[in-house]
Design a protein around this ligand. Structure first.
Ligand SMILES: [Zn+2]
Ligand SMILES: [Zn+2]
Length: 184
């Protein structure tokens, strides 16, 4: 098998916990074939995915510009997937056979923070949609913060929470928006 990134030779390796992979002798990228990974992961007990990861704790590998990759197993184009909201960390996965590519250091970083046992979860529609939703929410949050300023934004969030938890929600909103609620 040839490296999809630099066309050098790839050699067989067993990563920690004996995950069978191909590793490029030149660029140190790692290819995980889908069926081999499925066999391996089936025998593994799952580990919980962390709820939160601080951006600062992830040492994102710096990569140069790169051409799109072609899958070394089936020849189709490999797609980039974001892994975590608001974090510029991507993995590449083949749309044809589901093989996965890690550029140099990406395997180690991924395994440290998310565990390779959870690898497939990050490519599901469910996860990818959740990720986009969270990114959207943080963009809105940043917009409100800029519009209102920190103090007012904190205050309005508290008021909103209180109103929405109240069984008289509609009357409270009506009272609030009425310029003179003491006149008929
Ligand atoms: Zn290579
Ligand atoms: Zn493929």
């Amino acid at each position: 098998m040839k490296c999809p990134h630099c066309q050098s030779k790839m050699k067989r390796e067993l990563m920690e916990d004996r995950v069978p992979v191909y590793r490029c002798v030149s660029c140190a990228g790692t290819w995980v074939s889908s069926s081999e990974f499925a066999d391996w992961v089936e025998g593994q007990s799952s580990v919980p995915v962390k709820e939160e990861i601080s951006k600062e704790s992830v040492n994102i590998p710096v990569l140069g510009a790169r051409k799109p990759l072609l899958c070394p197993d089936c020849g189709r184009i490999v797609r980039r997937f974001k892994i975590w909201p608001n974090l510029e960390f991507y993995l590449d996965r083949c749309g044809g056979c589901n093989g996965i590519w890690f550029d140099q250091h990406e395997w180690e970083v991924f395994n440290e923070h998310w565990s390779v046992k959870n690898l497939n979860m990050f490519f599901t529609d469910e996860w990818q949609q959740k990720l986009k939703k969270e990114e959207m929410a943080s963009r809105f949050s940043a917009m409100y913060l800029e519009r209102f300023g920190e103090d007012d934004y904190n205050k309005i969030q508290e008021i909103r929470k209180w109103i929405y938890a109240n069984s008289n929600k509609n009357q409270l909103v009506a009272y609030l928006l009425d310029s003179n609620p003491y006149e008929s």
